[in-house]
Design a protein around this ligand. Structure first.
Ligand SMILES: N[C@H](CCC[C@H](N)C(=O)O)C(=O)O
Length: 284
């Protein structure tokens, strides 16, 4: 018995994609215990990835469901770049030939479409501003909040996209204190489930640059839900228009939000197919 996987990425945010639909996965996992997952995610002891995406048969009226595990082994409810890779995967592997793909995750259902130019457009749903929907601890919902982390106070916006995000404005992303401030905010007590931290530089009303320190991973080369979070937070602060190009270290995503659902459009690439040893996916 062996476990087939595909290594994929969306603008350098990389994934190990496991097909639990056309292959029978062993009882012993996936998903594996978080310490095994973390060794598999490690770029020296395992395959190496930011997130593991496990595709399974849908329970409800979706086409598939997919589970998302961060590099530290924690399971989360949303992954925008990952959703695009799942769409590319099921199309390329012949598991789906329809026009609009419905994917179910722990945080709800999303619809995806493969556009004629090979990009993938994802309906990321509506932003959740209510504090308990993020979740975030504050006296009242606001456009921005002051958070003391370390020896500094930071003005952040906070929003839920099925996973928690906070966004702060910086003059220049190249000099943003991602390594210093990212971990402090990501594990701040006012975010009970921790948070993904976006550092946004506004170029003009339809262009931003963004770096993201991801919960359970660290800084990634791109973050799809982070790009969506940055745009809606910028719009809420009156700084951005409906359609915004988000330039991340790994490339550019197009985000559109005009008050109903957020649409994210971008690429998804398969790198190689591989086989995991069985029954232990990594050396014990
Ligand atoms: N890279 C993903 C985000 C993963 C977020 C994950 N780090 C979390 O803990 O929610 C994306 O493209 O949306």
């Amino acid at each position: 018995m062996s476990i087939q996987f595909t290594k994929m990425h969306g603008l350098g945010n990389d994934f190990m994609v496991l097909d639990g639909v056309s292959q029978t996965l062993p009882e012993t996992g996936p998903p594996w215990p978080s310490d095994v997952l973390a060794r598999l995610a490690d770029r020296h002891t395992g395959v190496g990835f930011d997130q593991l995406l496990l595709i399974q048969p849908a329970h409800g009226d979706a086409d598939f469901c997919y589970r998302i595990f961060n590099a530290d082994g924690t399971e989360v409810g949303q992954c925008g770049n990952g959703a695009r890779c799942v769409a590319r995967f099921v199309r390329d592997k012949g598991l789906f030939d329809g026009h609009t793909l419905r994917l179910e995750t722990h945080s709800g259902q999303m619809q995806l479409r493969i556009t004629d130019d090979g990009l993938i457009s994802v309906d990321m749903g509506a932003p959740r501003w209510q504090l308990d929907q993020i979740p975030f601890v504050a006296k009242a919902e606001a456009d921005s909040y002051l958070i003391v982390a370390g020896t500094n106070a930071h003005e952040v916006s906070a929003v839920g996209l099925g996973n928690p995000h906070c966004v702060l404005l910086v003059e220049n992303v190249d000099q943003a204190p991602v390594a210093e401030v990212g971990p402090l905010l990501s594990q701040h007590e006012r975010f009970p489930e921790q948070v993904n931290v976006g550092f946004m530089q506004i170029i003009d009303r339809s262009h931003i640059r963004l770096r993201v320190f991801e919960r359970g991973v660290g800084e990634t080369r791109a973050c799809g839900s982070g790009a969506c979070a940055a745009v809606v937070c910028g719009q809420r602060r009156g700084l951005l228009d409906d359609s915004v190009s988000v330039q991340l270290p790994g490339g550019t995503l197009q985000i559109h939000y005009a008050g109903t659902h957020i649409t994210m459009t971008g690429p998804a690439c398969a790198v190689y197919d591989g086989v995991l040893p069985y029954p232990d996916p990594v050396c014990p």
